[in-house]
Design a protein around this ligand. Structure first.
Ligand code: G3I
Length: 439
């Protein structure tokens, strides 16, 4: 399968025509009927309007269930194997590979004109017993062999691979997760990416994680720093996957769009890879809308996948987190998602803020570094910049900036929406975080 999806394109101008106008045109002569149909009556069609994909996780053992495949085939054009390409599934015994169920999913996808996300080549979890018991250079070699063998088997058939999954700790440390893979050396992630590139040069290579949706979280910043470092050193990486599993304890953050745009500013695609949002009714529908609108607001946010078809297919079934109920009926969340993909839906993607700020690292010296900040959504704004411990402000331009450490506040000074600051590191080389509000 070749990679045919390209960068999202600007929504066609016709999409801005009001429903009333469109209806009038259709009624007047039927000339616009095909345009009306092209307005996306399914998730995949609506996402395709802006050049994006809309996908789902698929379980091989459900492909014989027609109620399941009917929805999956109609609504989605990207498929992720929920468990079938993981290490325990594909290499149950060392050097004995089993692609039966992974191949079933790829075959179903291809015969129905869909593309495939590969999930996942290197992960601390769902390792087969033999790998769990390995360490050191033997484990490093086994991991690289696994990446090479699996990526080679699926070469040319995978749109994007989750090369490495969930390598960072939760909490405030921003540290790598302790695992047998991590203990083989800090460079295990880049080694995995290099092996994947060599095995399948045409697949996009993603780093995928959860709890990386809130821009102010240490884990998000740690992944951002990893990607920035990889881009700076030429380690092959093409995309970041935000799993985006949301519930009451982990809600859709108000700065979600900032997270997406900040990763994109590093020069990688952003894919929402495992979306599910626990809840029901209007609240759930509204959260789905916010996620879709945040993605659509960033051109390099190239697609969204939900983590299952019906609520009953979900790993969190009791939280009813998906777009179809157990009987296959479309939920309110489905309608709000479809409307948002079609460019409709009310509300701001980052409700309550009215603007978005993107933070990107610029020049760097031994004692200080520059940070570029770009505001979108409003020409009046207030940006709160949270510096990291010890850092102090040395300089600023194109905005009025108050404060010298901790939280800095920036407001427009007549120079537009792009401004910058220089921070003294004082021993802390991490990026500041920023949030935007319209006063
Ligand atoms: O296949 C066996 C089946 O034979 C047995 O009867 C059944 C009951 O014991 O278990 C089945 O295996 C389960 C498998 O899902 C398939 O249903 C495993 O025990 C169970 O651990 C596994 O859970 C998966 C989980 O990853 C494992 O980490 C979920 O389906 C899958 O949705 C979930 O997906 C992860 C992503 O890979 C990474 N991000 C988080 C996401 C949610 O946890």
């Amino acid at each position: 399968m070749t990679r045919t999806l390209t960068s999202p394109r600007p929504r066609r101008r016709l999409r801005a025509i009001s429903l009333a106008t469109l209806t009038a045109v259709v009624l007047a002569g039927g000339v616009a009927a095909t345009t009306a149909q092209a307005a996306g009556s399914t998730l995949q069609a609506a996402a395709a309007e802006s050049g994006r994909y809309f996908g789902t996780a698929i379980a091989a053992n459900k492909l014989s269930e027609s109620a399941y495949t009917t929805i999956a085939n109609r609504e989605f054009n990207m498929v992720t194997a929920e468990n079938e390409m993981k290490i325990d599934a594909t290499e149950p015994n060392q050097n004995q590979f089993n692609y039966t169920n992974g191949d079933r999913i790829v075959s179903w996808a291809r015969s129905n004109g869909k593309q495939v996300r590969g999930h996942t080549l290197a992960w601390h979890s769902q390792q087969p017993g033999w790998m769990q018991n390995m360490s050191g250079s033997a484990l490093r070699s086994a991991m690289l062999n696994h990446v090479t063998q699996v990526a080679t088997h699926y070469r040319g058939q995978i749109h994007s691979w989750d090369v490495v999954n969930e390598a960072f700790q939760d909490g405030s440390s921003g540290a790598r997760r302790d695992s047998n893979l991590q203990r083989t050396g800090n460079d295990w992630i880049e080694a995995a990416f290099r092996a994947a590139r060599a095995a399948d040069p045409n697949a996009k290579l993603c780093y995928n994680d959860y709890n990386t949706d809130d821009w102010s979280h240490a884990k998000t910043q740690a992944v951002y720093n990893l990607v920035r470092d990889f881009k700076a050193r030429g380690v092959p990486i093409d995309c970041v996957g935000l799993q985006s599993h949301f519930n009451a304890q982990s809600p859709v953050p108000s700065n979600y769009q900032t997270t997406i745009s900040s990763f994109a500013a590093l020069g990688v695609d952003v894919q929402i890879t495992e979306l599910d949002i626990e809840g029901s009714g209007t609240a759930q529908a509204d959260n789905y809308r916010r996620v879709v609108q945040a993605c659509l607001a960033v051109s390099r946010c190239t697609g969204i996948s939900v983590w299952g078809v019906r609520d009953t297919d979900s790993w969190r079934a009791s939280g009813t987190p998906l777009l179809f109920d157990g009987s296959g009926n479309k939920k309110a969340a489905y309608t709000s998602t479809l409307n948002a993909l079609n460019g409709g839906g009310t509300g701001n993607p980052d409700p309550g803020t009215g603007c978005t700020v993107t933070v990107s690292r610029a020049n760097e010296w031994s004692d200080r570094f520059n940070v570029s900040l770009a505001v979108s959504g409003s020409s009046t704004w207030r940006v709160s910049i949270q510096t990291q411990g010890g850092q102090t402000l040395q300089n600023s331009w194109n905005a009025t900036v108050s404060g010298t450490s901790g939280t800095l506040t920036a407001t427009p000074n007549g120079s537009g929406n792009n401004f910058g600051i220089t921070l003294y590191k004082n021993g802390n080389n991490n990026n500041p975080t920023a949030t935007c509000t319209v006063p």
